[in-house]
Design a protein around this ligand. Structure first.
Ligand SMILES: *Cc1c(COP(=O)(O)O)cnc(C)c1O
Length: 237
């Protein structure tokens, strides 16, 4: 373990990562799925460099953040020390921040408009980079949530073929904070059904980024291929 890593933080995060992986394995097996189909994306938003160093020492190479400037600050501070650490943006992005994403982000999960796609394409051209993208769908119908209307996803997927800098990987959604399991599972199921239909239009659209600390088991039951886990790994925010 490198000297800069705090041992107590490391032990806690390593244990939490193992527990999260076990939860994923159990949920996948219960759903008759191969656990290797489900990727764990740790979400480090609001947590500092000590937590990130500890996660890296425990084997993490991909981290989710929901605010691009916060991700960029962490990236710049740690890129020499942790060179192969990659960043995934999972939170809403204003179009005027697309240039930050184009510079260093590897994966972008909240793509939900052609105007944002246009801006990302332009900025990625300037940086000569590509970006893996997930299309965010508002499956809960809540006004507070971003994302495409479910009815608009097919048309949107067809337009993405024109953006050579955007590499479509699949879909992303957030279920409501609710103890109503059927309501939460219904959102995830809807995303899976949209994905199944979209695969007819673009065979790249295979992945499902859905499920967080509170609802990852339901998401895996409904087909999640990436679960985005923050508090269960890094602690309460
Ligand atoms: C914060 C966040 C997560 C992780 O949430 P936890 O409840 O801490 O696991 C997942 N997805 C998005 C979009 C987030 O903003």
């Amino acid at each position: 373990m490198p000297e800069a890593v705090q041992e107590d933080v490391y032990t806690r995060i390593k244990t939490n990562l193992q527990d999260a992986k076990e939860t994923i394995n159990r949920a996948a097996q219960a759903a008759g799925r191969d656990p290797a189909e489900v990727r764990l994306l740790p979400v480090s938003k609001t947590f500092g460099h000590d937590s990130i160093r500890a996660a890296f020492a425990a084997g993490v190479r991909l981290l989710g953040e929901n605010v691009v400037q916060e991700a960029q600050r962490k990236h710049e501070a740690l890129q020499e020390e942790l060179p192969d650490l990659q960043w995934v943006l999972i939170g809403h992005l204003q179009r005027n921040k697309a240039r930050y994403v184009a510079r260093f982000v590897t994966e972008f999960h909240p793509l939900h408009s052609t105007r944002l796609a246009d801006m990302l394409q332009r900025r990625l051209d300037l940086e000569d980079r590509t970006l893996d993208v997930f299309v965010q769908v508002n499956t809960s119908g809540e006004e507070s949530k971003h994302g495409l209307e479910p009815a608009d996803t097919q048309a949107f997927i067809s337009t993405l073929k024109e953006y050579d800098r955007l590499k479509l990987r699949g879909f992303m959604t957030m279920a409501p904070y609710s103890t109503d399991k059927e309501l939460v599972a219904g959102c995830f199921r809807q995303l899976r059904e949209l994905r199944d239909a979209a695969l007819e239009v673009d065979e790249r659209a295979a992945e499902l980024s859905m499920g967080m600390s509170a609802d990852l088991e339901l998401a895996i039951q409904e087909g999640a291929t990436t679960v985005r886990i923050g508090s269960a790994i890094f602690g309460t925010r």
